[in-house]
Write a protein that binds this ligand. Structure first.
Ligand code: SF4
Length: 164
């Protein structure tokens, strides 16, 4: 059975920067949970950041730029947390590979997990089209990433993988 790497906060784990979770109650999510497919993972915590923590944004680029050293991840206070985000992304890839997951469902808008939108690096609440650091690394290695609002698309991909 195909496994799915999932942002731990979407399963209600209180790992977000403000110490909360963001549980999804979508029926597909509940189905996959009952089937035992979901592998919870928080790249920022696994990258060594605490809970709670300062909010952080990618400054000067997108997830792929962080991976290639062209952009940084900074907290609102200006601390450079790039290393934690990159380590967390590699840990996520390792977890996906270890469990054979070829699909990930990650929290939209996050500098780690965003797949369509991320904050623009100004800490003004604005979002721009782009990927977070973990999403960029997973996709670079052939793992399809979907946001929590794209579960139907994830289900289609899952069906293709299970019935090629
Ligand atoms: Fe959720 Fe990803 Fe942020 Fe962790 S890094 S709290 S899993 S969105």
């Amino acid at each position: 059975m195909e496994q799915i790497l999932v942002s731990a906060c979407l399963l209600g784990q209180p790992v977000r920067f403000d110490g909360t979770g963001k549980r999804s109650h979508d029926a597909l999510f509940e189905l996959w949970r009952s089937e035992g497919r979901l592998i919870p993972f928080c790249p920022e915590v696994r990258g060594g950041l605490p809970v709670p923590r300062q909010p952080a944004e990618i400054c000067g680029g997108f997830g792929e730029d962080v991976l290639d050293g062209r952009a940084k991840v900074l907290t609102r206070d200006g601390d450079d947390v790039t290393r934690h985000f990159v380590v967390g992304a590699w840990q996520a890839l390792e977890q996906a590979r270890a469990s054979g997951a070829r699909i990930a469902i990650l929290k939209e808008g996050s500098p780690s997990c965003g797949s369509l939108l991320i904050h623009d690096g100004t800490f003004n609440g604005r979002k721009v089209p782009g990927e977070g650091v973990t999403t960029a690394l997973l996709e670079r290695h052939g793992i399809a990433v979907f946001g929590e609002d794209a579960l139907e698309a994830a289900a289609e991909r899952l069906a293709e993988l299970e019935c090629p």
